[in-house]
Design a protein around this ligand. Structure first.
Ligand code: P6P
Length: 355
């Protein structure tokens, strides 16, 4: 926690701008507009149970998922907050099939915004944390209008990424490549105040986060890794603990603060979707940028998430993120491919380095 000094997110973003000599204020104002959208979504999430904004909107999104009314509100709020500022050349939303052009009547800018307006929305009506995820890239193609190619950039090209988690409190966590910083919304003031400066993820952690219901559809390496972390660790007298909220933003936020590992690996329950459920552009890349900036790691099991060259707007990838040592151990299970995991570790309790 940041003792003493009172820093609003607006002030912090301004200070971050000074770290980017080429920044002309455009980027700062883009993030400011995004913060406004986040505050408006937070307000609606907080009172969702009180007004007729719960429940389903009556249609499915591009993912084939039932759209919740709050999904729709979040989508429209971000679009309306971001379409006229003159900072963006194109947008992309996890809820929208194609790229979202900037309306002709508005000026266009040099940045690309990709966002998941309300991640975990199936949790809304049971009062479990949900979130918003955003990614910012520079425009790469010539001309004024943004294109699909401007959206299909690898995560190594990210200039900013962040999320808002609507939980017991509302927190905004973001990075522009100079560390990861967390702000807690003071609803009485409507201000996000710096509460977690320069977040660092612990190199190890005793929490694993995965949907065990998919066990029968995992590959051998994932099964072997999960079996490994369930073994008794004599150094702590217990195995790892399982925590799974079912909202990526909330599971990733806990992993960032407490360490451990989050896994949404390949699963074979849906032959049309062997790459797992999470979207590269809208979920995996922004979370990978944040976790790496905090000292962690993000992989598919065989490839660094941020080095994947996207081929499609809604491309899905396996996502394993968390403490660097934990992610590297998972990669060893994949690499060594044995059904009992890395031979040197066979029988070694979880949490202990092999000889
Ligand atoms: P499952 C929410 O729908 C989401 O996209 C992520 O936020 C979350 O991590 C994942 O799906 C949960 O999926 O299959 O475990 O319900």
């Amino acid at each position: 926690m940041s003792g003493g000094k009172i820093v609003t997110i607006q002030r912090h973003i301004m200070e971050e701008q000074s770290l980017h000599p080429e920044a002309r204020g455009d980027f700062t104002r883009l993030l400011w507009d995004l913060v406004v959208a986040g505050k408006m979504i937070a307000r609606e999430v907080r009172k969702a149970g009180l007004i007729d904004i719960l429940g389903q909107a009556g249609y499915q999104n591009v993912q084939g998922e039932e759209v919740q009314k709050l999904d729709e509100y979040a989508e429209k709020t971000i679009f309306r907050a971001m379409d006229h500022g003159g900072h963006l050349c194109v947008m992309g939303s996890e809820e929208v099939p194609d790229i979202i052009p900037i309306p002709e009547k508005f000026p266009k800018g040099h940045y690309v915004l990709l966002y998941d307006p309300l991640d975990g929305s199936s949790n809304i009506d049971v009062n479990v944390s949900v979130g918003t995820i955003f990614s910012v890239y520079r425009k790469k193609t010539p001309g004024i209008d943004g294109t699909l190619d401007d959206c299909l950039q690898p995560g190594t090209e990210l200039v900013a990424a962040g999320y808002i988690v609507y939980g017991s409190s509302t927190m905004l966590v973001y990075t522009t490549g100079h560390g990861v910083h967390g702000f807690t919304l003071d609803p009485s003031m409507g201000e996000f105040l710096l509460s977690h400066e320069n977040i660092r993820i612990p190199p190890r952690g005793k929490i694993y986060s995965i949907n065990e219901g998919n066990y029968n559809f995992w590959d051998d390496a994932t099964r072997a890794y999960v079996k490994h972390v369930k073994q008794m660790d004599p150094s702590t007298g217990r195995p790892y603990s399982l925590r799974y909220i079912g909202t990526l933003v909330a599971d990733a936020h806990r992993t960032l603060l407490k360490g451990g590992i989050f896994l949404y690996p390949m699963d074979y329950k849906d032959p049309k979707r062997p790459q797992g459920k999470l979207r590269l552009l809208y979920e995996a890349n922004p979370m990978a940028f944040i976790i790496e900036q905090a000292g962690g790691a993000a992989t598919t099991g065989t490839q660094r998430i941020r080095e994947i060259q996207p081929a499609a707007l809604h491309q899905r990838v396996p996502l394993i993120i968390g403490s660097a040592d934990e992610v590297r151990l998972y990669e060893r299970f994949v690499r060594e491919g044995s059904s009992t995991g890395p031979s040197a570790l066979a029988g070694t309790p979880a949490g202990q380095k092999a000889g």
